[in-house]
Write a protein that binds this ligand. Structure first.
Ligand code: IMP
Length: 429
């Protein structure tokens, strides 16, 4: 069975753990979008591994892990990540890069940094890893792809087109440093060496063979549905498509290859960066969730904004993300809470109107306040529980209510960071 793992909120839902668990039974794992803006933590072999771009499935021997065509790769960051894994004794021979993936060039990170530092009220709160500018150039058809690094002719011709445009923009729009062709060519030679052991020019054959042989494919998404460039809280989004549909464009496989889309959501909500967040808690309760849940960013170390579970956005995520089930993480964070709130609707403070469907006009979100129902806490440490039936009654009630509101089953419940701290409510392994 082929599965997609999608973040169902604003990223950082604990996808890495779920991907890692499902990777056990997968033959081929494909990361389909985003770049090193992502930060995934996996606890395995008694160690904590931090991933940005490389599929965490690499921790298992004998798996093929693809960095798909829909991704953007910052070479220096990639090298650092791979060297870190090699140093820990991880076998990285199964890693392959689709030559159609895009390269983040130095000007992309520089433009990202400049835009963030000067945007004032328009600040997105990006990770400053050049993601937006790399995708912008890809769409404008002036980007470089990994395959360009291995053809001197193609690279030279492309640079003749790209550099005059880019330099004009860097100088006149941003007042930033410009680049000579010699400089960029030398840089590209260095990049070619970094990627050489992993670039897979036979990617079509690998994908065709896997399909023909009925190999199990796991599609690994980054960020989350609410950060999707088309469906998220635009413009406070990333520049790619984390939704289930993105798995097709980013991997090279069509929709019929996908059997399940598992949306990973926390039992509460977090968000980093700017943008609307209706259930955000700026009080002690938010602080308590942050401390117990260790809600600090893996990539940027930023403090994550915290709030109650928002079933309005999550129901929207079920639809546009194409979710077939939900993996609910960090439920143990609520073990010591007397009460747990759940947002079931939004109230428009301008006219009292109640919305149960997610309003996509995010500029009106500042006028919305959450309508909550309150659930009793369970007051029991659930981190050691491995069977759904052994969960406390109040916890099961809360989970059933979520299923009722979302109209999809909860397949996995995570009660702690370790692989073992997992309850499979439905056997989707
Ligand atoms: P960018 O992807 O760096 O352009 O950032 C755009 C928005 O997406 C910002 O709000 C970031 O904080 C957010 N973002 C990007 N990657 C992640 C992630 O992996 N987890 C959570 N938020 C992310």
């Amino acid at each position: 069975m082929n599965k997609v793992v999608v973040g169902a909120q604003w990223g950082d839902e604990g996808k890495a753990k779920i991907t890692d668990l499902l990777a056990q039974n997968a033959d081929l794992i494909i990361r389909y979008q985003g770049g090193c803006n992502a930060g995934h933590t996996v606890v395995a072999h008694n160690k904590t591994f931090k991933f940005h771009l490389i599929p965490s499935g690499i921790l298992y021997e004998g798996k093929t892990c693809f960095i798909g065509a829909g991704t953007v790769i910052l070479p220096e960051y990639f090298e650092e990540e791979i060297q870190g894994l090699i140093k820990e004794g991880i076998d990285v021979s199964g890693l392959k890069i689709n030559p159609l993936a895009s390269i983040t060039m130095p000007w992309h990170t520089e433009i990202d940094g400049y835009s963030e530092n000067t945007a004032g009220k328009g600040k997105i709160g990006t990770t400053k890893k050049g993601i937006g500018p790399t995708y912008t150039d890809k769409m404008a058809r002036i980007g470089l792809k990994i395959e360009d690094l291995y053809s001197e002719e193609a690279l030279s011709e492309k640079l003749d087109i790209i550099l005059p445009l880019k330099n004009k923009q860097l100088k006149e729009v941003y007042g930033l440093k410009t680049y000579t062709k010699e400089e960029v060519t030398a840089l590209c030679r260095k990049y070619a060496e970094i990627f050489k052991p992993y670039v897979c020019f036979e990617w079509q054959k690998v994908l065709e063979d896997a399909k023909r042989e009925g190999k199990a494919v796991l599609f690994e998404g980054a960020q989350g549905v609410m950060l999707d460039v088309d469906y998220g809280t635009y413009p406070f989004v990333t520049s790619s498509n984390p939704i289930g549909g993105g798995a097709c464009t980013g991997s090279g496989y069509g929709p019929k290859m996908i059997d399940e889309v598992i949306g990973v959501a926390k039992a509460y909500v977090t968000r980093v960066g700017e943008g609307p967040f209706v259930t955000e808690l700026k009080d002690e309760t938010g602080g308590k969730i942050r401390e117990i849940g260790h809600e600090y960013g893996v990539t940027t170390g930023r403090v994550r904004r915290c709030g109650w579970f928002d079933a309005v956005t999550m129901k929207y995520a079920v639809l546009v993300g194409g979710l077939t089930s939900v993996a609910l993480t960090k439920i143990d964070v609520f073990d010591t809470f007397d009460e747990i709130k759940l947002c079931t609707a939004y109230k428009d403070t301008r006219n009292g109107e109640i919305y149960t469907n997610y309003p996509t006009d995010v500029f009106c979100h500042k006028y919305l306040e959450p309508v909550y129902e309150t659930h009793k806490g369970w007051g029991v440490d659930v981190s050691g529980i491995r069977e759904y039936n052994n969960l406390p009654e109040n916890c099961k009630k809360y989970l059933s209510r979520l299923e009722e509101l979302l109209e999809v089953p909860i397949s996995i419940i995570s009660v702690g960071p370790d692989r073992e701290q997992t309850i499979f409510k439905i056997n989707i392994k």
